[in-house]
Every structure is written in structure tokens, then in C-alpha cells.
Design a binder for this molecule. Sequence first.
Ligand SMILES: Nc1nc2c(ncn2[C@@H]2O[C@@H]3COP(=O)(O)O[C@H]4[C@@H](O)[C@H](n5cnc6c(=O)[nH]c(N)nc65)O[C@@H]4COP(=O)(O)O[C@H]3[C@H]2O)c(=O)[nH]1
Length: 741
Amino acid sequence: MHSSNTVSLDAIERILREQHSLLGSTGLGIAFVRQQEIVSCNDRCAEIFGHGAAHEMLGRHGASLHPDEKTFRRLRRRARLHMAQGLTFRTESQLRRHDGALFWGGITGRLINPAAPGEGSIWTLDDIDEQRQAQALLSTALREKQLLFDHASVGIIFMRRGHLTRCNGHFETMLGYGPGELIGTSARDWFASTAEWERIEENFTRQLAVGLSSEGEMMLSRKDGGTVICEVRCKLIDANDPDQGTIWITVDITERTQAQAALAKVHEQLEQQVRDRTRELSATVEDLHREMADRKRDQDRIYWLAHYDPLTGLPNRTLLADRSTQAIQLARDNGTPLAAIFLDLDHFKHVNDSLGHRVGDTLLVQIAKRLRSVVREKDTVSRIGGDEFVLLLPGANAHGAARVADKLLEASRQPYQIDHHELTMAPSMGIALYPQDGMDFDTLTQSADVAMYHAKLDGRNTFRFFTPEMRAQSLRALQLENALRRALERDELQLHYQPQVRIRTGRVHSVEALLRWNHPKLGPISPAEFIPVAEDTGQILQIGEWVLRNAVRQLKAWRLAGLTELKVAVNLSAIQFHQPQLPDLVSQILHAAAVPPDALELELTEGVAVNDPRTATETMDQLRSRGVRLSIDDFGTGYSSLSQLKRFQIYKLKIDQSFVQDLDHDGNDRAIVSAIIRMAQALGMQTTAEGVETEAQLQFLRDMGCDEAQGYYFSRPLPPGDDLLQFLRSRQAPAFSSSRR
Ligand SMILES: Nc1nc2c(ncn2[C@@H]2O[C@@H]3COP(=O)(O)O[C@H]4[C@@H](O)[C@H](n5cnc6c(=O)[nH]c(N)nc65)O[C@@H]4COP(=O)(O)O[C@H]3[C@H]2O)c(=O)[nH]1
């Protein structure tokens, strides 16, 4: 062997060792294959296929390294085509390990000598199973991501430097753009306004600067101009590199916002309704409270009015009745005494009539206070009428009640000062004791009332204890008083007229009006009986006015019927006479009936001037100056002085019938009557004798020179009917004979 052409054995061995270590140190598996079997391989190759050592691989058929025969042949066909051209065949294919498990391998194959394929091929193998699995995972993840991206029900956009770099279909649809149309657009293009964009940009920039994701709502503009309200969540793609841009997840909340707005509106409306309703309710509740308070106040007021006297604030009759009933029960249960005092103010009416109601009211209030101050706390002082009070004294016996009555009399002596008036007001009191004078409220107060009436009869300004005898006497007076209250309104009063006959001529110049009262149950009641009652209660004023009016009206009728010179005489009570307005009233009545004043004669009793001659004179002057004539009735029974008679310029004296009655057999009466007639003549006054019943009486009177006579001898007092008219006509005074004297 030539040394230059021959390779020494050592050299070959060295080369082989080098190749062996080269094959052993590479990370790739390397195998020589001839006739589809492995003839040589390195350890890595054995390791990849799951063998412990390379020699275990030797002789293995290529097909056993592939998943199946079919795969192996397909790969072999492809490799042969390639390698036959001297090219390296590369592929990735699944292979089978020794334990049967499949794995991915990266394979390259090359023929050792393309010109002689039978020399075999050399294959390298890389275990890329993990890499393939990672790739598979990656592509799955990417696919899933894309799916998510494409089908997400939220808009997803990627922004970089204010421009949209990518977005999903949902976002495009949301804004009404076609696929890809938004790529590259500026956010300003699809923000509802520049201001809105700047607001969002500033917000997001601020929040992203501190590494937070940013959230907010924004208003975008659709391609067709509509507005979309979005909820946005924005995040930097790479927190360390803001240049990478941001990803925005957007949710169209237009409908939700609108629904919320609508809901809020409905809610607000509802709340408004609730507020309105609440306001209405509280107003109603307030009204209700007010109404309840009003009602309570009204009820209290009604109760008060029903139980108290509004003027003095003292309990009224109702409350007195309640308290009396309770006190009576207590007295009965405990066997303790009880007294009631009925108190009536003497002549209180005069104060009212002369000084007016205001003074009268003030006086009553002061009196009420004084009464209260005299009695004890547990006693009741009540006002049951104009000037009537009842004091209920639990625990008081006769002695105690008398003491209280004394104290009341004592207290009443102190004058009351009202304006510039100094007034004294004396009480008349009646005392009734439980149980002897009354077992119940009504009887007890009635007894006290009766006793009071007797205190009045006994001269007033005093008190009397009730006695059973009083009741019988007073009952009639009380009955009359009550009945009299309704007499006028029930038209029970009537006037009868009694002619006054001129003795010399027998003619009638005037008639006297005499009041008649025919009560439906009590029958005819004499004025002598009921006039004092009417005077006592003050009813005389009303009645007296009625008498005046009717008498004058009747006179007018007679005058129109031809009795042109007839006059009428009307009785006037002292109480009427003390009315300051009497002269005006008389004038007004005469004027209304168109009757001349000298056709009216007012009959006064002697007593009218006794108490207050000055005022009486004034009233008489006034009446006379108006032309009215005045006469003194029942002359001889009172205490008229001659000087008074002169001063009063009385027109006529009427001789009381008590003197006339006994003229026949009583020398005294004859003397009195003749003296009266002479005196009257001396003073220039007319005389009329009352109660003339006989011719003898008339004769005497005629002889004495009496001017007129009146009595049953001529006529009883008659109602103004035909009989009377006939009588008057038959004795009509001739017009020429009429004179003032
Ligand atoms: N026995 C007897 N009596 C005769 C005779 N002629 C007349 N009389 C009665 O004598 C009374 C006369 O009236 P008087 O002295 O003014 O007395 C009256 C008068 O003071 C008063 N009176 C009557 N009417 C009124 C009135 O309208 N106002 C006022 N204030 N008092 C009146 O009542 C008193 C009684 O009146 P009367 O019962 O009508 O009684 C009348 C009359 O009916 C007679 O021949 N014999």
C-alpha cells in the first residue's frame, strides 16, 4: 500500500472515535438506516425512543418507530422523493417510543450516497414533543382569544396614541361601522364631542399614570350620528411600556342608561307623588288636628256656655242644678245640712233703664265678684236670671245661712263705683233649708224664691226663711209671673173702656182704658192682681206701651167713627213714669195715630212723686208741654201735698172709689170727698169720682160740685164693641162744649 494513498488504520480509528464522540455529544438523535432497519444510532437516539442504550435500537425496523404502517410508508415515500435528488428531507412527524407512547419528532434525512441509495440513509431526530404541545396550546389559546375577540358581547378596542389600532366586530356594530372601517381612526372621530373626548382622555391619562385601570362612562357617536353611551374599562397593554397603547372594553349601556333614566324619572315621579301625598296627608293630618282642637275648643266653649253665665262667669242654672243634686245627695248620705239662698237685687231694672245696659252689666259683674268673696270656696254662687242669684251652701244650717245672708247684706252696703256713678244695690233674699223646705233642686230653689218674694213684700233689703204658708201665697204670684211672660205674644190681653160722665150734662167726654187679662187656664185675672206682678218683673214697661198704643189707636178709630171730641185716659205705672224716654214714647204713639195730645190723659198714682219729686216734676213738665193731660188716680189714698199738686199742674183728681162707696152712710167719707172737690176747685183742677154705683152717690157728688163720675151706675168697663159705641154715641159730647176745663 502506497503511503500517500493509504490511510493508516490508526488514522481511521481516530476518525471513527472522533465521529463517535461527535455523534455522542450532539443533542440530536442520529441513526443510520439501511434496508429500513437501524444499523447504527447514537445514545441520544436510543434515549429519545425510550431505550437504555444505542445497541438496543439496532435492527429495529423503521415502521416500528412510527405510529402505524400507513404513516411510516407515506413518510418514506415523501422522503425518498426528496432524498433521491440529493436533498435533505425535513419533516415533523409523530413517532412511537419503545413503550408505545407517541411523541413529536423533528426529522431530517439524507441519503449517504444519492447515487447509491442502497448504501443507506442518515437520519437526525429531535424530540420536539414539548415544543409541539406548547405550540398547540398556544394556537388553541390564540384561537380561543380570537373567538372571544370576534364574538364578545362587549366592544374591544386597542388604542395607541389616540388612534384605534384594532377593534372587534361588536365595537364596529355598536358604532354602525363596517369591518375594518375604524382602524386608524382618531378617537375624536367617534366621540360624541371633543369636550367629551378630552374629559375621558384626561381622566384615563390621570388614572393610568398611577398604574390603575381606568373606568368611566363616555358618550360616543355612531356613524349615522346617533349617540351611544358606553361603560368603559381601560388598561395599559404593558404597564412598563405605555407606548404599547391601551385596551378598552366597552359596554353599550345606552338602553340601560335610558332605562335607568326612565326608571329614575318614574322613581322621581313616584317620589314626587309620595312627597305630594305625604304633604297632602300631613296637611290633612294637620287639618284634622286643627279640627279636633277646634272641636275640642268648641265643645269646651259649648260646655262653658251651657253651664256658665257669659257675663259674670258664674255657674248658670244648669250647673247649679247639677251641683245641687250632688250636694243634696251628699247631705242625705252624710246627714249634713244644706241651705240655698235665692237673692234678687232690689230695683236693679232702674239701673239698666236709667244708666243703660253697659253700666247694668258692669254692676252685675262687680256684684257677682262681691257675692263670691263673701262665701266659702266650696259654696256655689250662680246667676240664674237678670238680677237673680242662687247661693248653694253645703253644710250650712239655718244659723249658718242667716250668717251668710247677714254678711251679704253687710257687703251690699258698700257702694259700687262704675265710671262716675256711685251705686248701691240692696238684695232681697230667701233662704230654704234641706230637707225640710225641699228634697230636690227644684223644690229647694222654689222655696228660696218664695221666701225671697216675701222678703221683698216685707220691705226689701232683707232676708226671710221659707215657711210652708208662704208657698200657698207665692204660688199664685209665681204662676202669674210666668203666665204673664207669654200673655202679650199669645194675645191674651185686652182693653176695656169705662166712660167718664160729666155729672152736669150727662155727656161722656172721655173713657178710661182698663186692662183685662183672660188666661186660657187661670181665667180672667184682675189688673189689681197682675199689675203689681208685672211691675215687679219689669214686664209692666212692655205691657204699658202696648196699652198706650192700643188705647190711642182705639181712640183714633172712635174719632174717625164720629166721636170726634172723645178723649182717653190711660193708667200709668210708677215704673213707666220713671222711664226717661216716656215723653218721647207718648209723642211718638200719638203722632203715629194722628191723635192730638190733649185727647190723652195719663192717670198717675199719688206715689209717683214721692221718691224723686224733682225727676217726676221734669217728666210731668215735659208731658204737659207736649199737650198731654195728667190726672192723679185713687186720690186720697196716698200722700200728695198740696204744694206738689200745684207744682205738677195736675189737670184732674180722681177720687178713690173707697171714699165713694160709703158716701151714703159714712159721714167721714162724705167730708173727705167734699174736701177733695173743694180743694181741687180751689187749685183749678177737675174732679172725677170713681166707683159710682148709685143715684144717691151721684146726687151727693153733683151737690158737691164734682165734675165727672165713673162707675157701674153708668156703665161697667166694656170691650170696644157695638154696645160701647152705642153708649158713647148716645152721650156724645157736643163739639162746641169741648173745653180744656
Ligand atoms: N166696685 C166697683 N168698681 C168699679 C166700678 N167702676 C169701675 N170700677 C173698677 O175700678 C177700677 C178703676 O180703676 P183704677 O182705680 O184706675 O184701678 C185700676 C188701675 O190702678 C189698675 N189698672 C187697670 N188697667 C191698668 C193699666 O192699663 N195700666 C196700669 N198701670 N194699671 C191699670 O188696676 C186697677 C183695677 O182695675 P180694674 O180691676 O179694672 O178696676 C177698675 C174698674 O173696673 C164700680 O162702680 N164699682
